[in-house]
Design a protein around this ligand. Structure first.
Ligand code: BES
Ligand code: MN
Ligand code: ZN
Length: 495
């Protein structure tokens, strides 16, 4: 899907459809009013007859509107007369794209940036329009022969935002396309079946990403991890036939002297629970246990395409969590790369085990900031549902920055505490720590485990168990939190 800025007056635009907003009380947006006049108040009459409920999410496609050259006009409800909420604005965009998908309109002019959104400016509307439209047009690439037809809407024209120069708008569009491309990659990787998306597959993906986007890519093999003493990571992969990988991807957009931001993503390509085997229902969804890793891939792709002036490193520990004769047992004690020993009481708490060694490894990049991202705990889904990622950091400012980035993008994260008191539950009689605490505050105790490995760094942790994918009839990866990361990195780059 391509986006461009419209410079033509409304009645002169050669496009398949004009998309305009209509609010309650039959109030017409400026463009809708314009067309209403051209058509001899046709739209007003239609609304009077009650043919469109102007709620966000509703729309009405009109053909051959008298006096209007464009073959179609799509009226989209925008709700009450006041400024739209952020959520409603996205709904309006989503509705418009969905309504046009499958019609003969391959091009359309979206007159939607003229709508007011509470607390947000022109740039925000433009960005959200592009990102939301791209998200709606995404299709799962099926491994089976049958493919869903692609979105038929190919070109979207956008009204020139009043306060913005066309060149500025074009830059924003290009940036959002890069972010959308990153999200699509994240979703593609997440959606792949676990028999194809193995640790080796991810390593090859990293290599090909490196070739396309000039990233320095390095893959550590099992023997390298053994030499480094990554006993925690190796304990997780011990029960699998698939060799583990530790993938490092480096993007250099700033002078070498500038400390990098490091993203560490959990890459469990399938989580059976290991010997602490998970119950059967919905176990297939544990193919999404590499969505943290996938979001690191997607963010690196986006940042490279945007060409941000920062240094960014992606570190992805990836393996399978399987039960076999060589699998780790509950009660086993391993030594992590940091030297700290861990009593593994539950082999299903494996994410923290691969992450702790990856975090220790990442220290060597001398990070300015290190952020790990993981589908870490079912408890996070209980706490925050599917709306927000759990957010932790050992630095208050970092919490605020990441939360603001998520708010801006509608890719939200919500802070949870990391008080020392929570460390109590991780005590072990046999090792420096256990890998689980009791049932209470499972998301926090998992984060507290990771905190023991990041004391020397400015660190944040995002638990994306509830937001990285959807279950049920909409089953699939969401591409979160690539938008949050991109916004944070754009802000950090000072642009
Ligand atoms: N990958 C799971 C977490 C998860 C659960 C993600 C549900 C998405 C949906 C993780 O490895 C796990 O199994 N965590 C355990 C931890 C427990 C054993 C302390 C959990 O949440 O049950
Ligand atoms: Mn698990
Ligand atoms: Zn897991």
């Amino acid at each position: 899907m391509e986006f461009s800025i419209n410079a033509q007056p409304l009645e002169k635009v050669a496009t398949g459809c004009l998309v305009v907003g209509v609010s309650e009380g039959a109030r017409l947006s400026p463009s809708a009013k314009h067309m209403d006049q051209l058509s001899g108040r046709h739209i007003s009459r239609l609304l009077k007859h009650g043919d469109l409920s102007p709620k966000p999410g509703r729309s009405l496609l009109l053909h051959g509107l008298p006096g209007v050259a464009c073959p179609r006009v799509l009226l989209v409800g925008t709700g009450s007369d006041r400024k739209l909420s952020e959520r409603d604005f996205r709904t309006v965009v989503r509705t418009a794209v969905q309504a046009l998908d499958g019609t003969g309109a391959a091009n359309a002019l979206f007159c939607l940036t003229e709508l007011g959104v509470e607390g947000r400016d022109e740039a925000w509307k433009l960005e959200q329009l592009v990102l939301t439209a791209r998200e709606v047009s995404y299709r799962i690439t099926r491994v089976a022969d049958v493919q869903d037809p692609a979105c038929t809407l190919k070109n979207v024209l956008l009204g020139t935002p009043e306060t913005m120069k066309p060149a500025e708008a074009r830059t924003l569009i290009a940036r959002c396309q890069a972010i959308a491309n990153g999200m699509a990659l994240t979703r593609d990787l997440g959606n792949l079946p676990p028999n194809l998306c193995t640790p080796s597959y991810l390593a090859n993906q990293a290599r090909s990403l490196g070739r396309s986007w000039k990233l320095r890519v390095q893959v550590l093999e099992q023997r390298d991890m053994e030499k480094l003493g990554m006993g925690a990571l190796l304990a997780v992969s011990a029960g699998s036939r698939q060799p583990p990988k530790l993938i490092v991807m480096q993007y250099s957009g700033a002078p070498k002297s500038r400390k990098p931001i490091v993203l560490v993503g959990k890459g469990i390509t399938f989580d059976t629970g290991g010997i602490s085997l998970k119950p059967a229902p919905e176990m297939d969804e544990m193919k999404f246990d590499m969505c943290g890793a996938a979001s690191v891939f997607g963010t690196l792709r986006a940042v490279a395409e945007m060409g941000l002036p920062i240094n960014l490193v992606g570190v992805v520990p990836t393996c399978e969590n399987m039960p076999d004769g060589n699998a780790t047992r509950p009660g086993d004690i391993v030594r992590s790369m940091s030297g700290q020993t861990v009593e593994i009481l539950n082999t299903d708490a494996e994410g923290r085990l691969i992450l702790c060694d990856a975090l220790t490894y990442a220290e060597r990049f001398g990070p300015d900031t290190i952020i790990d991202v993981a589908t870490l705990t079912g408890a996070c889904v209980i706490a925050l549902g599917h709306e927000a990622a759990g957010l932790f950091a050992n630095d208050e400012k970092l919490v605020r920055e990441l939360q603001a980035a998520g708010d801006y993008m509608g890719d939200r994260a919500w802070p949870l505490p990391l008080w020392e008191e929570y460390q109590e539950g991780l005590k072990s009689n046999f090792a420096d720590m256990a890998n689980i605490a009791g049932r209470p505050a499972g998301t926090i105790t998992a984060a507290s485990f990771l905190a023991r490995f990041t004391r020397s760094m400015r660190w944040a942790h995002l638990d994306i168990a509830g937001v990285a994918y959807k279950g049920g009839k909409d089953k699939g990866a969401t591409g979160r939190p690539v938008k949050l990361f991109c916004r944070y990195l754009i802000e950090r780059s000072g642009h």
